[in-house]
Design a protein around this ligand. Structure first.
Ligand code: AMP
Ligand code: MG
Length: 402
């Protein structure tokens, strides 16, 4: 077991015990938000044939060098019907956006630049070859346009359909157990005893798992009892791909997740040199990977955001740039000084916004690791290297959360 590791090292250790990635074939209508498991190649040329980008006239460019040219109308090309018309010298064919280009034509005149009168049309504007969309100019048949590991955004789903796929193979949603531990915790909505608080972490953690493309399974709250915890971990290890616990990983006497993992599980690391979120652990319980997150609400959210989400993404074999993420790394000019942490990567909650040419950052609420409101009132995290403060006006690395 390694103690007090850097964030990078923590990820490395966790990646030595990934969950087993499965895949499944699903209908395209259900594919948005899923991670593509296999490269997708186009079954067609896009466009399939030369067609018009405008409603107007298919013409020969050389006929239209002078404004006021009058051309004889020889037919119509409509989207969805094949055309047999040929455009000869001095002729024009009426054409709609997306309709096949008739033979002989090499340019399009927009309808706005013409006057139609009976059998003929007067051309008042330019005849443009670039209003023709060429066969295969977007994608040629057989080209792989969607790579395995891509998050299927609405545009990616449209592209898959354009390429002729009605089904896609995606990464199955990993089932991840979420377990909260603590005698003081009561589900929200129930009556609180004197020293009790509402349990909140499992809701936030489950929401982040869902955002990463996973399927969270919230277990019943458990008291600080080793026997209960052991049974729950056993059940979770059997039914889920990975386990996330909240609470009970610090130094205290009642920090039973840490103690049971030390005695009966396999621990890869304990404690990461970061603030907030110092005490997490990672290991395996009966072969199933397990993250023990700290109970403080900000700590558990931050550890998930910077570590667990990255691990899930890698286990799912997401493309680093195209896969699901919870944040984006940016450079931010701080509008006020920020205090760092000795020996630890310091992630203060900051608000990031665009001002002129730059991104600027500021803080508003109390920064305590128990204050989940600070994660709502802000939309970013500073990435102050260990032992570094930042001054007002200094540019720092930060994570922009989404
Ligand atoms: P622990 O990590 O168990 O020492 O808990 C640290 C702090 O976080 C304590 O103040 C706990 O009451 C609080 N806490 C622990 N688990 C949760 C939870 N699931 N939801 C909200 N607060 C929690
Ligand atoms: Mg506790």
């Amino acid at each position: 077991m390694e103690k007090g590791v850097s964030l990078e090292r923590a990820l490395e250790i966790a990646l030595e015990s990934p969950f087993h990635r499965k895949t499944e074939l699903i209908g395209l209508e259900d594919a948005a938000g899923r991670l593509l498991a296999r490269d997708l190649a186009s079954k067609v040329d896009d466009p399939r044939f030369d067609n018009s980008a405008m409603d107007g006239w298919a013409v020969r460019k050389d006929d239209c060098n002078d404004t006021g040219t009058v051309l004889r109308i020889v037919g119509t090309s409509q989207a969805g019907s094949s055309t047999t018309t040929t455009v000869g010298k001095g002729e024009a064919c009426s054409i709609m956006t997306g309709a096949p280009l008739p033979e002989g034509a090499d340019a399009i005149v927009m309808i706005e630049d013409s006057t139609e009168e009976g059998e003929s049309v007067t051309i008042n504007g330019p005849a443009r070859p670039d209003y023709i969309r060429k066969k295969g100019e977007n994608l040629e048949r057989g080209v792989t346009a969607l790579l395995a590991g891509t998050l299927l955004t609405p545009a990616a789903v449209s592209l898959a359909a354009t390429m002729g796929h009605s089904e896609v193979e995606v990464v199955s949603k990993p089932k991840i157990a979420v377990i909260a531990v603590g005698d003081e915790l009561v589900p929200p909505g129930e009556t609180l005893g004197e020293a009790e608080i509402f349990e909140s972490n499992t809701y936030g953690i489950a929401a982040m798992i869902r955002k990463m493309g996973g399927a969270p399974e919230r277990f019943e709250l458990i008291q600080d009892t080793i026997e209960l915890l052991r049974d729950t971990l056993d059940e979770a290890a059997k039914s889920c791909d990975a386990i996330i616990t909240s609470g009970g990983v610090s130094m205290g006497k009642w920090d039973i997740v840490r103690s049971i993992m030390e005695d009966e599980g396999e621990v890869g690391f304990w404690r990461v040199m970061m603030r907030p979120g110092g005490p997490p652990l990672f290991g395996t319980w009966k072969g199933t990977p397990i993250f023990g997150l700290p109970g403080n609400p900000v700590s558990s959210h931050v550890v998930f955001t910077v570590l667990v989400s990255e691990w899930i993404s890698r286990c799912m074999e997401a493309d680093q740039a195209m896969g699901p993420r919870l944040s984006n790394r940016v450079r931010v000019i701080m509008q006020e000084p920020l205090k760092g942490a000795p020996g630890k990567l310091c992630m203060r909650r900051i608000s990031i916004r665009q001002e002129g040419e730059s991104l600027v950052g500021s803080t508003s609420t109390h920064q305590g690791s128990g204050n989940i409101h600070s994660m709502v009132a802000h939309n970013g995290l500073s990435l102050l290297p260990p032992g570094t403060d930042s001054k007002e006006g200094e540019t720092i690395d930060a994570l922009w959360l989404f």
